[in-house]
Each structure stands twice: as structure tokens, then as C-alpha cells.
Write a protein that binds this ligand. Sequence first.
Ligand code: AHG
Ligand code: MN
Ligand code: MN
Ligand code: MN
Length: 334
Amino acid sequence: MAFKTLGQFIIEKQADFPYAKGELSRLLRDIGIAAKMINREVNKAGLADILGEVGQQNIQGEEQKKLDVYADEQFIEALSRGGECCYIASEEHEDGIDLSIYPTNQEGKYIVCIDPLDGSSNIDLNVSVGSIFSIYRRKRYGVPIQMDEILQYGHEQVAAGYVIYGSSTMLVYSTGKGVNGFTLDPSIGEFCLSHPDMKIPTDGTIYSVNEGNYLKFPQYIKDYIKYCQQEDANSKRPYTSRYIGSMVADLHRTLVVGGIFLYPETAQHPQGKLRLLYECSPMAFIIEQAGGKAISVSTNVSEIKPQTLHQRAPIVIGSKHMVEKVEQIMLLHQ
Ligand code: AHG
Ligand code: MN
Ligand code: MN
Ligand code: MN
């Protein structure tokens, strides 16, 4: 049975968006093009001169990997050429990239926040990495883009998604009407609908956190981790720990089989590590669209007002009942 391609699916779903005249569809197509270009390099990383570090740091203070830079270039290229995007906020650029100054993009309706390559520390280890994107609608035209159009609440996202470059390459996205997953068929170079209407299980048995930071976690997080490690009445351990170190890979597993992912605040890093605009907000949008929950200490991730492009936010995200358990334990400490 021939699978529906991303392009066919988008056109079919076009009916859901009477006001949009295909621009969002074209924008998703452009993102798909960048994903295919990145996938090609990720798949042959060991053979191409694409491994290792560039020898400079990015605004995050991280050693930039060659694939960070390559992925960033591919998204900028595809989004500039497509014309639907007027502004890009990228992990790899201190300031945003204002495309609205170019005639081809000055009418672009959408602002795109991207993590071009997520899980960079895993690239040279052949462990799954990803790309994350978040799409907002521009608020005004004919004038330069203002920061209030870029620093929008997570609940104002028009669409969000990720690509996971793993045992297979998948594009998973939502435009606010559920989550659909597409698997890249390299033989035809098309993303094909393989996971229609994805739903995250309400409960799960996997907790995912970097336990190397355990001693620095707030007490409610320590208590939750201890809760997961307890044996039940017949000395069975109901939970198991999995941590890949690529947010996209940890959250794709969480979406597919259920579970909880935590990147909490610590005394040294009260905002945690993960960036709000292009990691926490898009992943929260997807998990919530699939029936899960995403909190940042005591607020929903989607209700945080961003103040800066690279702002970080603590995050606990995943199966609804598991996140609610964290909230229950947090309340005991208030
Ligand atoms: P990026 O590679 O885009 O900088 O993101 C890395 C992030 C995220 O992918 C992952 O969940 C987290 O870093 C892992 O951090 P630790 O190594 O501190 O656990
Ligand atoms: Mn990342
Ligand atoms: Mn990154
Ligand atoms: Mn990085």
C-alpha cells in the first residue's frame, strides 16, 4: 500500500486552514527540504568531513560542531529561498536573521525558531540527533520585524515539529490539529505518513533525566526520582531509566511509548539548560497536542512569556499522569 507523502498530506489538510492560502504548507515543505539535506550529511557523517568541531563557540558558549553549522546553513537556505519565512531565530546565531529586508521574503507570513541540530554532543558517537522548529505568525507588515513578534508565548505557535535522524529519519509535526509522523523513504526522497494521529500514553514506565545532576536538583525533583526508584509491594520496580542526551530522541521515545523527561532547574542554573523558543516550546506544543503535559516548575511551558531569544527554561514533560505526579510532589514542598 503506497504511503501518503508529506506533500500530499499537507495539501489534503489544507482544507483545515481556510485563511491560509498554502503559505504554511510551503513553509513545511521548505523545512522538509532542509531536513533531507541534513539527513544526507548525518547518514554519512563518518565519511564526510562533517564530524568534529569547527573550532569556535556559539552564543551558548558551546563548542560548535561542523554539523551544527551545516544544519543551520541548510535551514537558512531553505527558508530564505522558500519566501514564506520573514525571520529566523536560530540557536546558532546570537541575533535573529531578518529575512523581511529581502524582496523575496518581505511578505513572508511566518517567523521560524530553530534548533538546527539537537544533541550535538552525540554526533560523533553515531547516536540519534535531531532538528527542532517552532512557527509563529507575524503580527504586522510593511515595517521591520519587532521583538514582540518573535518573543511570543508557546500557546501562540502556529505549528511546531522535529526531525529525528535515527535508525530511520522521521519528521513529526503539528499545526494544532493533532500530531502526525512521517518517515523518510530514501529510495524516493519523500517523507511518507507512517504515524498518523500520534497520541502519547497517559501513563508510562520510563523516566528520563541526567542523574549526574541529582545532587543539584531541587528536593521535589529528588523526591520524584526516588519515587520512580521505589520497589512496589511485590518488590517489582515499576519504572526504568533511559537517557540518550538528545532532547529530540528522548522525547520521541516518550511520545511513542510514554514516559517523562526532566531537565530541571538547579541552584547554579535556575533556568535549567534547554532553550525556551526552539526546544521547550515546540516540544511542549507537540506533546500537548498528543495528549501529554509540559510544565516549567509551576507554570505550563506554553504560558511563559519569552524575554530574550536564547532564554532557558526548566522543563518536565511527557505522559499526563507522570507529570501530574511531579506536580503533586512539588505541592508538598510549597
Ligand atoms: P543542542 O545539541 O541543540 O545544544 O541541545 C543539547 C541539549 C538537548 O538535546 C539534551 O536534552 C541536553 O542538551 C542534554 O544535556 P546534558 O548533556 O546536560 O544532559
Ligand atoms: Mn538542542
Ligand atoms: Mn542545537
Ligand atoms: Mn547546541
